[in-house]
Write a protein that binds this ligand. Structure first.
Ligand code: NDP
Length: 329
């Protein structure tokens, strides 16, 4: 039999997470503010916790998946969770959220031996994995809050939609103390492709938004080209395969360009930034002549122009990291 796990928050995503754990054979306890959302999962074999406190003590691992961090704090800070700040806690910041460098003690419940009901470890006996979307500051603050309550904590981000949860396509990012991740990795693997990014609990949120920047940039660039080609009667479907090949080729440049960024040296091996900037002018002029939006190419041209004005025209494209690494002038 699998290791017990609890899911708190049974929205579209929480129900998908619980379903994946059930399918993988993990005894699954569920709790939701609106209790009826547990019904279908209970019919599939989940245990419904009678209270939030019961949910938090049912399993060595508790997944949170609520709307936002405010909901997480409202819920866990509430009287009855056993984690509310009104209860005296003089145990000090010794939990996982503090940035202590030493190894954390392994989980007291060895996987497979936990049996809900035979003992009552209290909320601090469970490891919280918060898969609620938020920013890195919220993640770090919540990790500190967990630390103050002696609760082991991982912060996470889900880069997938509910229907793919439980398949390799579901990318689940986690950050926080590695020993905490290692203790629960076998169970978390039921959710999809689970990656631990590092000890800083803010990393999952940062990777999440970095991935969004990638996604929207590729899509916006494709839309720019599609808008241009449509003015010549080329439909989106005809251009898409060409765009797909360009995106795939450009993606192969990233590791080499990353090496330039990490070494702080940008020799123009393939082309110089000023050559790229001339091509950008061409794209802007084509867009304007065709009567399509030119804001996007103007944005990246203005960044390239600033880098050229700062003396980087003879260097390679990733020298623009200096423009990206500070607020706009
Ligand atoms: P839903 O709106 O479907 O569910 C929200 C859940 O949060 C419900 O269980 C709701 O309870 C609960 N909740 C909200 N406020 C409170 C509160 N104050 N106290 C207790 N419970 C509360 O959202 P999703 O399930 O789609 O999303 C959940 C998280 O997953 C979000 O952070 C989202 O960004 C993230 N995510 C979702 C994806 C998706 O495609 N759906 C993709 C990637 C990430 P109740 O039922 O009682 O209202």
């Amino acid at each position: 039999t699998g290791t017990a796990v609890t899911i708190i928050g049974l929205g579209l995503m929480g129900r998908a997470l619980a379903g994946a754990f059930l399918k993988a054979g993990h005894p699954t306890t569920v709790w939701n503010r609106t209790a009826a959302k547990a019904d279908e999962l209970v019919a599939e074999g989940a245990q419904s916790a009678a209270s939030l406190a019961d949910a938090l003590t049912a399993s060595p691992l508790t997944i949170l998946c609520l709307t936002d961090y405010q909901a997480v704090h409202e819920l866990l800070g509430a009287h009855g969770s056993g984690l509310d700040d009104s209860e005296p806690d003089d145990s000090g910041p010794h939990g996982p959220g503090t940035h202590s460098s030493g190894p954390h003690s392994p989980h007291p419940h060895s996987p497979g031996t936990h049996s809900p009901g035979t003992h009552s470890p209290g909320p601090a006996g469970t490891t919280l994995v918060n898969l609620t979307s938020g920013d890195s500051t919220q993640a770090r603050e919540t990790a500190e809050w967990a630390g103050r309550h002696g609760v082991r904590y991982l912060d996470g981000a889900i880069m997938a939609v509910p229907p793919v949860i439980g398949t390799a396509e579901a990318v689940i990012l986690l950050s926080g103390p590695r020993p905490v991740f290692a203790a629960h990795e076998p169970v978390l693997a039921a959710l999809g492709t689970v990656t631990h990014l590092g000890a800083d609990p803010g990393l999952a949120s940062l990777y999440d938004v970095a991935g969004l920047a990638m996604m929207w940039s590729v899509l916006n660039a494709w839309l720019q080209g599609t808008a241009l080609l449509r003015t010549a009667g080329v439909d989106a479907a005809s251009y898409a395969p060409f765009a797909q090949r360009i995106a795939a080729v450009v993606a192969t440049w990233l590791p080499g360009y990353a090496a330039q960024i990490d070494s702080g040296s940008f020799p123009a091996v393939v082309s110089a930034l000023e050559t790229d900037a001339r091509a950008m002018t061409h794209l802007i002029e084509e867009s304007e002549a065709a009567g399509v939006n030119a804001e996007l190419p103007k944005l990246f041209k203005s960044m390239a122009d600033r880098a050229i004005a700062a003396g980087h025209g003879g260097e390679q494209y990733p020298v623009l990291i200096e423009e990206f690494g500070r607020p706009a002038a």
